[in-house]
Design a protein around this ligand. Structure first.
Ligand code: LMR
Length: 334
């Protein structure tokens, strides 16, 4: 962990406090992706609306692209109060001890954004955010990215094509099981390290929505991208609970409104951002884009849906059933 950063952050916070109420309240919002992504743009939108709605009494500093903290560090920094706001992917809450969020990583559990929304906006979504409170964290909202593609330096058309490939994943055991179900060797790795790992051959391939693939230039070091839509990637926007509850009520209300607006904005742009990124990858001519045939897609589903059952004890059988009820997913069909 970058202890120096954390100590610096804490001493700045103490100085701001000592300087009195005239100083704006600073919210450091750290994240790991590029600015030109659904999350990056959502964070900037929140900054703008938060500063407007509080008439400058709050200043939001957005740190994109892991410039302040990498994946694991940022969660520790939030708990320590060195940053106030993050939006980690839902695949990254396992190490914090809230592994139920990994249900969002189950292959093919959502067919589209509408099914996903029924879960995030319904009782399941709320109950998951509630679980963060015992960790000193409040969950404010869910932000979309999109559906993932698979990439490698060889074409990935059938599950057999994955045999023996080293595939970078986020820190989720469901993703680990997913890659193993395909015969690949999963490697958990911070997002900030993926480009170099692909470039140097430390890993052979990876998965992400096109917006992340393109803005990290992964397509420059991956010859093939398969439009598999095999899983979803989204975020929970979270804050340090003590910080948030310690805010003056009028400020907190204004920030909640800014968050509501930013959530709508981020979720409205997510699909187009990904469509545009895929188009840009296609135009770059560096990567061949593979569309699966109906039969190939069926083979992927057959290989991957069994991960639901394998991971039921980790996520909770009842929770998975609740999601099935919301989305109409029927595992018996595969
Ligand atoms: C990843 O690590 O692949 C993604 O979660 C990055 C992100 O935040 O979108």
């Amino acid at each position: 962990m970058k202890l120096r950063h954390i100590l610096l952050g804490l001493s700045f916070a103490a100085m701001a406090f000592a300087a009195g109420a005239q100083q704006p309240i600073v919210i450091k919002f750290s994240h790991v992706v590029a600015q030109d992504t659904p999350k990056g743009k959502g964070a900037e939108y929140f900054k703008q609306r938060a500063e407007e709605l509080t008439k400058g009494r709050v200043k939001v500093e957005v740190y994109p692209n892991s410039t302040l903290y990498k994946d694991k560090e940022e969660l520790e920094a939030l708990q320590l109060g060195a940053v106030q706001m993050l939006a980690p992917s839902l695949a990254k809450f396992g190490p914090l001890g809230v592994k139920e969020f990994e249900l969002f990583d189950l292959p093919y559990i959502f067919d589209n954004y509408e099914e996903l929304r029924r879960v995030t906006q319904g009782p399941v979504g709320k109950s998951l955010l509630k679980k963060l409170e015992s960790k000193g964290i409040l969950g404010l909202a869910y932000w979309d990215n999109g559906f993932k593609v698979m990439s490698a330096n060889k074409p990935l058309r059938t599950p057999d094509d994955f045999k023996g490939l080293k595939m970078r994943i986020q820190s989720s055991n469901v993703l680990d099981a997913q890659m193993r179900a395909l015969g690949a060797i999963p490697q958990k790795m911070a997002f900030s390290e993926v480009y170099q790992a692909l470039q140097t051959g430390v890993v052979d391939g990876t998965e992400n929505p096109p917006s992340n693939l393109y803005t990290q230039k992964m397509h420059e070091v991956q010859k093939y991208v398969t439009l598999s839509d095999h899983g979803y990637l989204g975020y929970a926007v979270i804050v340090n609970k003590k910080f948030w509850e310690g805010l003056p009520a009028d400020i907190r209300a204004a920030l909640e409104k800014a968050m509501e607006e930013a959530t709508k904005y981020a979720n409205d742009i997510a699909k187009k951002e990904n469509d545009d990124a895929l188009e840009a990858v296609r135009k770059s001519g560096k990567t061949e884009i593979i569309t699966l045939t109906a039969e190939q897609r069926k083979a992927w589903k057959k290989a991957l849906v069994k991960v639901h059952e394998q991971m039921a004890d980790r996520i909770g059988k009842d929770l998975i059933q609740e999601v099935y009820k919301e989305t109409g997913f029927d595992p018996a069909k595969f």
